[in-house]
Ligand binder design. Structure first.
Ligand code: 5AD
Ligand code: SF4
Length: 486
């Protein structure tokens, strides 16, 4: 019988996508998915290190796995992702039962390292950076997608910014854009496979292409640089250096079969008019902008090195709302950045109220060693004060989200079906173009990937409720029908 694997993923969509790729590699190696940890021969923990409790959680899980491995010594344990990239040898020092530790730049080596560990014993392999494009981008095949009708497409890895609180640049490395032509070809392949929705992923998607065009601006760009940018852009020296993110939105939105294009995350300082125009002109691009604010205080924003003021942020938001019909806006906010005063926080509450968010991810500041802010120990904010601010912010965000959602009652939304609701199998769940979760009643079973019209009848701060009006389109992907041997 083939060996079985189980992958646990922590953190962001980039990690989820890396996990799909690890799954693809393991399946190419003959493994099949396990239904639970007891049933698994290989367990992969794909880790995140953006906030502190992730570390504690990992070592907690590894402790539990140790007991399992004591019972079943053949169990193989792999730790990958950002925390592995950051902690390196420390993982096997603290947890000697881990077979393979790999980082963010060598995900493609997962299956090979496992095979080597079987012969040679525990291995930690961390690369400083990827050796070439094919290895750098998780979207390069093989991958096993979580859902058949939607796919993530990594357009860029790394981050060239230096936000004072953020560990990402040190674990994900410098910004590298995936070649334009490869991205479009990948989306065409996905569409041919029946995918109707793609999400473009990057730490800083608005600066997509910056590295490609910098290379083109040299007096004599090499044929490799020209090919990476794409010949269509490279041949005309009179043109503004391109491709830009807006060009990518144009190109992927017009691929036949792609109904929805989402992307995350743009950085407010780099959000250009051109991107807003491309969102407005391409019907396939979802009317949803995730624009991380982090703080409403200009003093804190400057200390964070965010490169914008609250007024500038709100002006960009107003421009986006003026240009894009029915735009939903979401954000990330950090509470308790070192030195944050009551006045700073009051300003955050004001800006959040003015921005009228559809939802917000709120985080308590977590010092990450090696980042600039972690050194500001004498300015750390009292945890009790932070907790109280966090709760006040939650109330303001929920009020705004509820108002946004209630305003949709009575509307008809186009919904892509995800499947039966987790809480109640008689209810179907799906997502609107604005990426809102909708739970609705339907008189029939709708397969994931079905496109339906739903009449919105109710709202909460985190979801809409409704009734099925009509099915607009059946799923485009093929459903694999199990064939009984015999
Ligand atoms: N502490 C708290 N939140 C953080 N984020 C990033 N680093 C930290 C940190 N050290 C949040 C930011 C970012 C989101 C992905 O995680 O808000 O936008
Ligand atoms: Fe971190 Fe800032 Fe880069 Fe985002 S833009 S990944 S917050 S450094």
């Amino acid at each position: 019988m083939s060996k079985r694997y189980l992958i646990r993923t922590y953190g962001c969509q980039m990690n989820e996508h890396d996990s799909e790729r690890i799954a693809g590699l393991l399946e190419a190696d003959g493994l099949t998915p396990a239904s639970s940890i007891d049933d698994a021969d290989v367990v992969v923990l794909n880790t995140c290190c953006i906030r502190e409790n992730a570390d504690n959680k990992l070592y907690g899980h590894l402790g539990a796995l140790k007991a399992l491995k004591d019972d079943r010594p053949e169990l193989e344990i792999v730790v990958g992702g950002c925390l592995a990239q950051k902690d390196r040898d420390l993982i096997q020092e603290r947890a000697g039962h881990v077979d393979v530790v790999l980082g963010t730049h060598n995900v493609h080596r997962a299956a090979e390292l496992l095979a080597r560990a079987r012969v040679d014993g525990p291995i930690t392999e961390i690369w400083e950076e990827a050796l070439d494009d094919a290895d750098a981008f998780p979207s390069a095949l093989p991958a096993k997608r979580e859902v058949p009708y939607a796919a993530w497409v990594t357009i860029q890895i790394g981050c060239d910014n230096a936000c004072a609180f953020c560990i990402v640049p040190s674990v994900r490395g410098r910004e590298i854009s995936r070649p334009f032509g490869e991205l479009v070809a990948e989306v065409e392949r996905l569409a041919a496979d029946g995918v109707i929705e793609i999400t473009l992923l990057g730490q800083n998607v608005n600066s997509y292409g910056r590295d490609l065009t910098t290379a083109l601006r040299s007096d004599a760009p090499s044929p490799v640089d020209r090919a990476r940018a794409g010949d269509a852009w490279a041949i005309d020296p009179a043109r503004r250096p391109r491709p830009l993110f807006a060009d990518l939105l144009d190109a992927v939105s017009t691929v036949d079969g792609i109904r929805r294009v989402r992307y995350t995350s743009p950085h407010p300082k780099d959000l250009r008019g051109g991107t807003i125009d491309a969102m407005a002109r391409n019907r396939a691009v979802s009317p949803h902008l995730h624009l991380p604010l982090q703080s409403g205080s200009d003093r804190v924003l400057a200390a964070m090195h965010r490169g914008y003021t609250a007024d500038r942020y709100l002006a960009k938001l107003a421009a986006a709302r003026a240009a894009i019909d029915d735009l939903a806006v979401t954000t990330d906010i950090i509470v308790g950045f070192p030195g944050e005063t009551d006045e700073d926080f009051a300003r955050t509450l004001e800006v959040v109220a003015a921005a009228e968010y559809d939802s917000a991810y709120t985080f308590i500041y977590s010092p990450r060693s090696g980042t600039e802010a972690a050194d500001l120990v004498d300015q750390y904010v009292d945890p009790a004060v932070v907790a109280e601010r966090f709760e006040r912010l939650r109330i303001v965000v929920e009020r705004s989200a509820l108002a946004k959602h209630e305003a949709r009652i009575g509307l008809t939304e186009e919904v892509v079906v995800e499947g039966p609701s987790k809480r109640d199998p008689l209810v179907t769940s799906g997502r609107t173009g604005q990426n809102k979760l909708v739970h609705f009643r339907a008189d029939r079973v709708l397969r994931p990937g079905t496109v339906a019209e739903v009449h919105v009848t109710g709202a909460g701060p985190h979801f809409l409720r409704g009734d099925l009006l009509a099915v607009t389109a059946a799923p485009r992907h093929r459903t694999r029908i199990p064939v009984a041997a015999g």
